[in-house]
Write a protein that binds this ligand. Structure first.
Ligand code: DGY
Length: 337
């Protein structure tokens, strides 16, 4: 039987490429070019599957240009780069990489939150500028993390992992807001209290965002929400750009309406709103919350598992739209040998 051809849309571990090559004809992207929509649609010509990252937008236009496409496997837990409804309507299976990055991302979210609370980036910049001439009682005084109230917006797997760190490691009180409330047996071990969004904003000493991006969560934190927060509070975003109104955040930080922020994700990244680059009380990192060698490898392996199993008639481990499998529509698209 002729081997299927797949596109690996970005550079990835050579071992993962080698594994995919055992099953498919692979078109790789060793230069790691980011394909805009027309280039991506053109590259997908003749491909049965695609190994993507958050930088590739798979929407109706790209899918309609490639009716032979059967599987899109994202190397990310977030999949706001996919139009899932458009995939499902066309019998295209979409997959993501949940679970394997939960603890690593929660580690980083916690580190960012601590860095904002204790003014680590701001004080390091001061030191590097050669401005440190003496110790003083109020130099870079921040706010405590231990014993403080941790607010979590979006209480999925990563939110719960952050809550465990806060409650069990740092004696924090945990409050959260989410589309659905956790079961009592999930809330109890971390003492998590479900509150409405306004209460979350008002009560949190340190607010961490871990909700998925969608039209509904666009600018979930804007000027009005920031105005509800304590002037001593910090805001950390390890979820997606666009959940925070970055321009409004820069104003709130400059005017000290909140104490500090830490962002790993940005609206329109890799561009960063210029005002965020000039406010001092912020920690900025380039979308690296899941970036440990082991976790990135687990993510790549899981995306490859999804692509291989889906295209060879197996059961992909982490489908986003499993109804495509249940309804047998992927099989319908599969060319006969
Ligand atoms: C994810 O997995 O969604 C991370 O943000 C990496 O893109």
């Amino acid at each position: 039987m002729k081997r299927a051809t797949v596109l690996v849309a970005r550079a990835v571990f050579p071992e993962v490429l080698a594994r995919l090559s055992q099953h498919f004809e692979v078109e790789a992207n060793p230069d790691d070019t980011i394909f805009g929509k027309p280039a991506l649609a053109a590259r997908l010509a003749g491909k049965a599957g695609a190994f993507t990252t958050g930088s590739e937008r798979i929407d109706a236009e790209v899918l309609d240009a490639n009716p032979q496409l059967r599987v899109v496997a994202n190397m990310a837990v977030g999949y706001n780069n996919f139009d899932v409804a458009a995939c499902t309507a066309r019998g295209v299976l979409a997959t993501n990489t949940p679970d394997v990055l939960t603890e690593t991302t929660a580690d980083f979210g916690f580190a960012l939150m601590m860095a904002a609370a204790r003014r680590m980036a701001e004080s390091e910049h001061f030191l590097r500028r050669g401005e440190w001439t003496k110790w003083s009682y109020d130099m870079f005084t921040g706010s405590d993390v231990h014993g403080a109230t941790l607010g979590i917006l979006g209480m999925g797997r990563i939110g719960q992992a952050l809550a465990r760190r806060g409650a069990l490691g740092f004696g924090m009180k945990v409050i959260y807001h989410n589309r659905s409330r956790l079961a009592p047996e999930q809330e109890a071990p971390i003492g998590a209290r479900y509150v409405d969004k306004a209460a979350l904003l008002r009560e949190a000493d340190h607010l961490v965002l871990v909700l998925p991006y969608s039209a509904a969560s666009h600018h979930a934190i804007g000027a009005a929400e920031l105005a509800l927060m304590k002037p001593t509070a910090t805001l950390t975003n390890v979820a997606r750009g666009g959940i925070v109104d970055d321009a409004a955040l820069a104003v709130a930080l400059r005017e000290r309406r909140i104490a500090a922020a830490a962002l790993d994700v940005f609206e329109g990244e890799p561009k960063v709103h210029p005002d965020l680059l000039t406010v001092p009380n912020i920690v900025l990192t380039p979308h690296i919350a899941s970036a440990t060698v082991a976790t990135r490898r687990r993510m790549a392996d899981l995306a490859a598992d999804n692509l291989i199993t889906a295209l060879t008639g197996g059961r992909p481990p982490t489908p986003i739209n499993p109804e495509v499998l249940r309804e047998g529509r992927l099989a319908e698209k599969t060319p006969r040998a």
